[in-house]
Design a protein around this ligand. Structure first.
Ligand SMILES: Cc1cc2nc3c(=O)[nH]c(=O)nc-3n(C[C@H](O)[C@H](O)[C@H](O)COP(=O)(O)OP(=O)(O)OC[C@H]3O[C@@H](n4cnc5c(N)ncnc54)[C@H](O)[C@@H]3O)c2cc1C
Length: 519
């Protein structure tokens, strides 16, 4: 199979890049390992997307991004996002995709507030903003002629000149991406998809942690495959934990959006005492890492397994109108948010680091671009400002597509695809043993949660790296021995991504933002 551009991942970042490139006449193949294109972190997003508040300004948004990021955000990325937020939301989401955001009774956008924002500037579509954006984005993509959807195909690796070509001078040339190998999940046959450009939009890594808000496909594939290809990854230690997820054994850390606190919810202990004042002047709306550590500290001191979020004071009607999805889900698990506080606990939420890119999505590998959560422009620094990640996917997805289009002549040249090898499967065992798979996942998730969690120390990190290295050796053998399939690919990627996070966390002794060290 051959095309101009392969986009891996159909969340917001992949959809926006694919949409603009297909519109500009590139032949694009959009791949998702899930059977359903919707399956992504994007689909789960609740709270909203940064737009522009009444008394807002670029400078104010810029300052909020920098301050939430612990002062180490890349100022160039923060300035771009602050300056382009309003126009990108209008052009991409409202005009091109036709997203309808919630309005008030006077027909004005109902802007909401979230932690660490100095004004109400967040657009939302009730409390299921991501679902509505994703549905509209995919609808818009259906009308693009040059686009091929490939669902239920798991990308295994990026094809690079130095790894997969028979060119005898390949070692002397820059590392260059030339497509991907992807396995068809239905029959485990591997496709060689050759392309002049690859855009990784594979989203996050939440599944490497025991407790996470991320859906099952967030196994860190993009980080691991980029690392194997020779890409530079940075800021992996800045793993953001969300303070408020539902505490219930079957709820999979269902997220209770920050906008619930934006609308006045208070975090209390089992005696009904609000405690955030002790930790930060912004109380419940302090940056996420501070709220997370405050909750963990209260839990440690009290010996309780959770604290509570109380939003009863805003009244039943407003809760049901504003948060229908969150209200309904909590009710399914037996908690009526309108009448009683709900039990909450922090969980892993977002990776601030990733594959280093410039402001046009370029990585250090020729013809390889990265956008969205898997990429790192440095925008989030040490901690992400709420409601900036959908925005980041849109702004940098669009910029990446525009850059590629402007440099079309350089990219659409002959790459010598005939020298690229077919996939060689070394596996002999037909099916991965589920007992081994499950135990390896449990081990990884527990190591990451206990040793590379919201609070880190050098002994814990050292132990994490030793244990992860051992696990990595076992899983690598397992991978080589088993015929390639989605299950084993994800496990291998997750372990390698865990190691990237743990190593960068150990190397950085300074506590900033989401990386908090006790030694
Ligand atoms: C519960 C929840 C609530 C959130 N709320 C908000 C919010 O209110 N506002 C906000 O700005 N952000 C929010 N976020 C964060 C935001 O949703 C994500 O950061 C963002 O959607 C990431 O978009 P993306 O396009 O980079 O990746 P994703 O949307 O995660 O898409 C990645 C895609 O890549 C595919 N993929 C991965 N690996 C492979 C592979 N090997 N082969 C083929 N396909 C692959 C996946 O299946 C998926 O389709 C929330 C996140 C969660 C989990």
């Amino acid at each position: 199979m051959e095309c101009d551009v392969v986009v891996v991942g159909s969340g917001i970042a992949g959809c926006v890049s694919a949409y603009y490139l297909a519109r500009d006449g590139f032949s694009v193949c959009l791949i998702n390992k899930a059977e359903n294109l919707y399956e992504s972190n994007t689909y789960q997003a609740q709270g909203g997307i940064v737009y522009r508040g009444k008394k807002d300004s670029y400078d104010l948004l810029f300052e909020d991004i920098i301050s939430a990021g612990g002062g180490i955000s890349n100022p160039e990325a923060a300035r771009i996002v602050a300056q382009e937020s309003e126009s990108a939301v209008e052009e991409v989401l409202i005009n091109n995709f036709g997203v309808e955001f919630t309005k008030d009774l006077k027909g004005r956008y109902d802007l909401t507030e979230e932690g660490a924002h100095s004004t109400r500037r967040i657009l939302h579509a009730f409390d299921c903003t991501g679902r509505i954006i994703e549905e509209k984005a995919l609808k818009a993509l259906e009308n693009c002629f040059n686009l091929t959807f490939l669902t239920n195909h798991t990308v295994i690796d990026i094809i690079t000149l130095d790894h997969h070509s028979t060119d005898k001078f390949r070692k002397y040339k820059p590392i260059t991406s030339m497509g991907v190998y992807a396995v068809d999940n239905k029959n485990n046959k591997v496709l060689k998809i050759l392309s002049k450009i690859v855009i990784l939009a594979t989203g996050g890594l939440g599944q490497i942690y025991l407790h996470t808000t991320n859906p099952p496909q967030a196994t860190g594939d993009g980080y691991a495959m980029a690392n194997r290809a020779g890409a530079r990854l940075i800021n992996m230690e800045y793993t953001q934990f969300h303070p408020t997820t539902l505490y219930h054994p079957k709820a999979n850390n269902f997220l209770i959006s920050e906008s619930v606190r934006g609308e006045g919810a208070v975090i209390i202990d089992k005696n009904g005492r609000a405690f955030m004042e002790k930790y930060h002047p912004m109380k419940e709306l302090a940056p996420r890492d501070i709220v997370t550590r405050a909750i963990l500290n209260e839990m440690l001191e009290s010996g309780e397994k959770f604290v509570y979020l109380d939003i009863t004071k805003i009244g039943e009607d407003k809760i049901k109108l504003r948060f229908p999805n969150i209200y309904g889900t909590c009710l399914e698990y037996g908690f009526d948010m309108a009448l009683e506080p709900v039990p909450i606990v922090p969980a892993f939420h977002y990776s601030c680091g990733g594959i280093l890119t410039d402001m046009n999505g370029r990585t250090n590998i020729e013809r390889l671009f990265a956008v969205g959560e898997v990429a790192c422009t440095g925008l989030h620094g040490a901690n992400r400002l709420a409601s900036t990640s959908l925005l980041e996917g849109i702004i940098f997805g669009k910029r990446t597509a525009a850059f590629i289009n402007e440099n079309k002549k350089d990219y659409l040249t002959d790459l010598g695809f005939s020298k690229i090898l077919d996939w060689i499967d070394t596996g002999v065992t037909d099916k991965a043993d589920p007992a081994l798979i499950n135990q390896d996942w449990n081990l990884l998730k527990n190591i990451m949660w206990n040793y590379v969690g919201a609070v880190r120390g050098s002994k814990r990190l050292r132990r994490a790296i030793v244990d992860l290295n051992n696990l990595n050796v076992d899983v690598e053998d397992f991978y080589r021995d088993t015929k390639v399939c989605r299950t084993i690919i994800e496990l291998r990627n997750a372990v390698q991504t865990g190691l990237l996070v743990a190593r960068q966390a150990r190397a950085n002794r300074e506590s900033i933002g989401a990386h908090f060290r006790i030694d």
